[in-house]
Design a protein around this ligand. Structure first.
Ligand code: NDP
Length: 295
């Protein structure tokens, strides 16, 4: 048996099409403001992609660039201005911020109703309490892909490997919201292999290249690999390649379905950010949230 390769790129493309459709039906265009501080090349690429997809989906993209030597007060003041701007629906501060700036403090300044990354304490509290709010993007993408494969997730045992604030913890709460029985595993977990092997859905978010082996996977399980790790290329000396946290090829022979890296969870993050921008616009401006955004 060979598992199905879960095509996150195709799912993300379909989601962006649904978002475009939804935006066309809205009374006005939602707007996403992205704050970029400094000139980190990777951050510039991410911000560029976010802007491109925002516009492609029919929304307004507002880019705010601050120099690398901007003070924390400058960044906070910009975020406050965007909070007060009635034409801005979502605010994203591109991380990491340059050394010396306290990203926790800056993120906390974002109004929770515009927190399209779902990273503020208020958004985390709303998720934890099961209240409506903006959910973190990458973990939401994990749930969407699992649901697309398995349908109703009720009663499934979901093991989330990793407990970071960015991925592991919110992923666990989002799978709980789907009525899964959730186990969170981390670096101090005993019998990691056995726990992983009991998972119907295994979410790997450890940041350790190919740590999860085929022997750790239950036959037929749905494996969602969040990891993005750069390792030396085997074929091209001096070059690197991307691998996930799961040893993909042998695991695919055991799993029922599995996300590749790249092309699995990665593309979902921006698509979920765009979805959050529409949700934020609708809830802030009193419009009904379009049903095509449901999953
Ligand atoms: P963190 O480093 O913040 O967290 C890693 C987690 O894995 C921690 O909870 C840690 O446990 C746990 N862990 C580390 N080593 C082990 C081990 N040997 N056994 C068991 N648990 C272990 O990483 P992130 O959550 O931010 O990211 C995880 C991966 O996802 C990374 O590869 C990252 O690049 C990728 N990522 C991908 C995104 C995407 O868009 N696809 C977005 C965000 C992240 P403990 O808490 O005990 O230390």
């Amino acid at each position: 048996m060979t598992g199905i390769k879960i095509d996150g790129r195709a799912y993300a493309e379909g989601l962006r099409e649904r978002i475009s459709q939804a935006v066309k039906e809205l009374p006005d265009q939602p707007a996403l403001a992205v704050v970029l501080v400094g000139d980190d090349p990777a951050s510039q690429v991410y911000v560029g992609s976010k802007a491109k997809f925002t516009v492609e989906c029919g929304m307004r993209s507002l880019e705010h660039k601050l120099p690398a030597d901007a003070s924390e007060e400058d960044v906070v003041s910009l975020v406050r201005t965007l909070n007060a701007d009635k034409d801005v629906d979502g605010i994203l501060v591109q991380l990491p911020l340059p050394a010396g700036l306290n990203s926790d403090r800056v993120i906390e300044e974002i109004h929770p109703d515009k927190d399209v990354d779902g990273l503020t304490e208020a958004s985390a509290g709303r998720l934890s309490l099961g209240k409506a709010g903006l959910r973190p993007c990458t973990p939401t993408g994990c749930v969407m892909l699992a649901k697309d494969q398995l349908g109703d997730l009720s009663g499934k045992h979901c093991v989330v490997l990793g407990r970071s604030i960015l991925v592991g913890k919110p992923a666990a709460l989002l799978f709980l919201e789907q009525n899964c029985t959730v186990t969170i595993a981390h670096s101090r977990t005993s019998n990691l292999e056995d726990i992983c092997k009991s998972a119907d859905i295994l979410v790997a978010a450890v940041g350790r290249p190919q740590m999860v082996q085929a022997e750790w996977i239950k036959e037929g399980a749905c494996v969602i690999d969040v990891g993005i790790n750069r390792v030396p290329s085997l074929k091209r000396p001096g070059k690197t390649r991307l691998v996930g946290d799961v040893n993909y090829l042998p695991s695919k022979k055991i799993a029922g379905s599995i996300t590749p890296v790249p092309g699995g969870v990665g593309p979902m993050t921006i698509a979920c950010l765009l979805r959050n921008t529409v949700i934020a616009a609708c809830s802030r401006r009193g419009w009904a949230t379009p049903a095509v955004l449901d999953f």
